[in-house]
Ligand binder design. Sequence first.
Ligand SMILES: O=c1ccn([C@H]2C[C@H](O)[C@@H](COP(=O)(O)OP(=O)(O)OP(=O)(O)O)O2)c(=O)[nH]1
Length: 153
Amino acid sequence: MTDPVGVRLKRLPHGEGLALPAYTTSGAAGMDVLAAEDCVIAPGQRHAVATGLAVAIPQGYEIQVRPRSGLALKHGITVPNTPGTIDSDYRGELKVILINHGAGDFTIQRGDRIAQLVLAPVTQAAWEEVGELDTTTRGAGGFGSTGGHAKLA
Ligand SMILES: O=c1ccn([C@H]2C[C@H](O)[C@@H](COP(=O)(O)OP(=O)(O)OP(=O)(O)O)O2)c(=O)[nH]1
């Protein structure tokens, strides 16, 4: 594992008193992030949940907002824009967009761990426009062209 990368973080007034996002085990890839508000998400509805945090990610990195598998499996709660992208130049409040694919209301209490944050390196692309692309075995085949499931045949 590489050395940790410092990320400046500011607590917003409604984030006071909450634990910071944290790795729950030594090998965890993501830090669980807490809700800074109480809310109820009805079936089929979405909500951008406040975290009470603003960050300054070093240039060359992003933070990805990913669902928690337990909430997804047991309650149908996921992140519709997964992985949510927190840009290095964003200084607003970090919010977690959640959608309720479950059958009942989902109640979030301030302090609940609602998603996980993964710090990841970013490589920016520089376009090199050409008239023809190189040929490959795959060519334009995609979207199930290699099979692997009866329903794709
Ligand atoms: O789950 C998310 C996704 C985004 N953001 C914040 C940080 C991010 O840097 C900014 C913009 O996100 P994105 O680029 O995904 O949104 P957009 O819809 O393209 O908006 P914009 O035009 O502001 O870039 O919104 C969050 O707080 N949570």
